[in-house]
Design a protein around this ligand. Structure first.
Ligand code: AMP
Ligand code: ZN
Length: 484
């Protein structure tokens, strides 16, 4: 079965067909590195990762490009507000480049912990200013720009299909005035390609350009860097849904104005992760980071598992109760896999069968095919997870076969199933004397409970909790786990 993707451009499911047979050019908008990524941002990167993994498993050679925004992004995507990087640097008493380096490292530490495969090309905006200038010159030469107040703007009325991605109507846009509009703009939806007259007295980084010394508008970096690494036309572009009306709309306008050709064929947008209390905002400083989940005792893969439980095009509500549910489910999954691994002499390799292979017709194959269908129908990870569960719970499937298929499925899910089975469990790495102490305390707690001394029983539970040991009572007795 071919891969179907929901294309925001056209708002419909479409069968994916690459420009060049067997190859995929994919660009996903990367982070603005003025602060830690919040767990909502990380949802976008897990979505990109699932897409890339699914394409590679289907046999495509994928070039994945991600930008790092270290200049030019104002707090409003429509050129309003303050410069995010400069503001952060001032608040922290550092230079913009120090801030960028610090949060870029933090970003990749997070993505690594989430088992997100590093993009083929990671490109920083500040290292591609000349590419941006060259692209802006092409846009200018084709008559799409005007100068005002020292800045260079893109004139959206010159681009008749402006707003097609977001289904915006040019007539409505002309009429719609907004507050805080840059008075140099002829139309409030025009956007800056190059700023020379900075609104900010102490703009940290500026470059010489044909329009004067200044710095680029935010959108141009994605057009310039994607074309540099993927060519003037490429297959897929992704980002969060917030980017549809402004950032991606403007990226399309300026790219197609420069080349006169269609730029990107498929637009993939992930819905937002929301908190029970509402929107999460990186600029307000009030948000959850991956580290805050780790500090609360969760494994980053619990969060990945939680994300896989929702379809990328549905809004997902985050709560610690829901994350707790994902942790228990992931643990139960690993327990079942350890059980299956115990029945094998060695861990099998991922089943190398062609995803569409009809050669082996056993029950394992049925789950495998259903899993592939789920992924190929617009990356349905919730359905894919259900197939993984069906497979490993099915007692009619031989352990080694079930594991081999599960490991193959994990090439898309990215839950590190095989790697974890080959590592000793966290509990096994503890000092044996400490394990003895835990077991003695559990025995004492059981005796206390028998004697109805619940106060002592609770004391012991809390004492162990302080040492990161969690007790779980069940009809079979009390088991313990290390909180990792
Ligand atoms: P930024 O670093 O602010 O440019 O955002 C990085 C990525 O995260 C972009 O693709 C955004 O669209 C996406 N994003 C921002 N907030 C959320 C959220 N709450 N849930 C999912 N994706 C988000
Ligand atoms: Zn972008």
């Amino acid at each position: 079965m071919p891969l179907s993707l929901y294309n925001t451009l056209g708002r419909e499911m479409q069968i994916f067909q690459p420009i060049q047979s067997g190859k995929v050019g994919f660009y996903g908008c990367g982070p603005t590195v003025y602060n830690y990524a919040h767990i909502g941002n990380l949802r976008a990167y897990v979505t990109h990762d699932i897409l890339v993994r699914a394409l590679r498993r289907l046999g495509y050679q994928v070039t994945h490009v991600m930008n790092i925004t270290d200049v030019g992004h104002l707090s409003g995507d429509d050129d309003t507000g303050e410069d995010k990087m400069v503001k952060s640097a001032e608040e922290r008493g550092k230079t913009v480049l120090e801030i960028a380096a610090f949060y870029t490292d933090a970003f990749f530490r997070d993505t690594e912990r989430l088992n997100i495969i590093r993009p083929t090309v990671v490109c920083k905006a500040t290292e591609h200013i000349q590419d941006m200038i060259a692209l802006i010159q092409r846009i200018e030469a084709r008559g799409y720009t005007y100068r005002a107040g020292g800045n260079l703007y893109f004139d959206i009325t010159k681009f008749p299909t402006y707003g097609e991605l977001a289904r915006l109507k040019l007539e409505d846009l002309k009429a719609g005035a907004r507050i805080d509009v840059d008075e140099n703009k002829r139309n409030p939806h025009d956007f800056a390609l190059w700023f020379t007259k900075s609104k900010f007295e102490n703009q940290a980084l500026t470059w010489d350009s044909p329009w004067g010394r200044g710095y680029p508008g935010w959108h141009i970096e994605c057009s310039a860097m994607s074309m540099k690494y993927l060519g003037e036309q490429f297959d897929i572009h992704a980002g969060g849904i917030d980017h549809i009306p402004i950032h991606h709309t403007n990226e399309i306008a300026q790219s197609e104005a420069a080349t006169g050709k269609k730029w990107v064929n498929y637009w993939v947008h992930n819905e937002f992760l929301v908190l029970d209390k509402g929107k999460m905002s990186k600029s307000s400083g009030k948000f959850l980071t991956l580290q805050s989940l780790v500090d609360a005792g969760y494994d980053p893969l619990d969060y990945r598992y939680f994300l896989l439980g929702g379809h990328y095009r549905s809004q997902l509500q985050f709560s610690f109760e829901a994350l707790e549910g994902a942790r228990s489910a992931r643990r139960a999954l690993m327990d079942r896999l350890y059980y299956l691994a115990g029945k094998c002499t060695s861990l099998p390799d991922p089943w190398a069968g062609n995803p569409g292979d009809k050669g082996l017709s056993d029950k394992g194959q049925t789950y495998h095919e259903a899993f592939n269908r789920a992924i190929e129908e617009d990356l349905s990870t919730p359905r894919a997870l259900a197939e993984l569960w069906g497979l490993i719970r099915d007692t009619e499937i031989e352990a080694a076969r079930a594991l081999a298929i599960a490991f193959d499925m994990d090439q898309v899910l990215g839950l590190r199933l095989r790697e974890q089975l080959s590592e000793p469990r966290a509990e096994q790495k503890l000092d044996p004397a400490f394990v003895k102490e835990i077991e003695a305390l559990i025995a004492e707690r059981n005796a206390a409970k028998k004697a109805k001394n619940y106060q002592r029983a609770d004391e012991i539970r809390n004492m162990l909790r302080d040492k990161n040991i969690i007790l779980e009572d069940s009809p079979q007795g009390t088991s313990w786990r290390l909180l990792v």
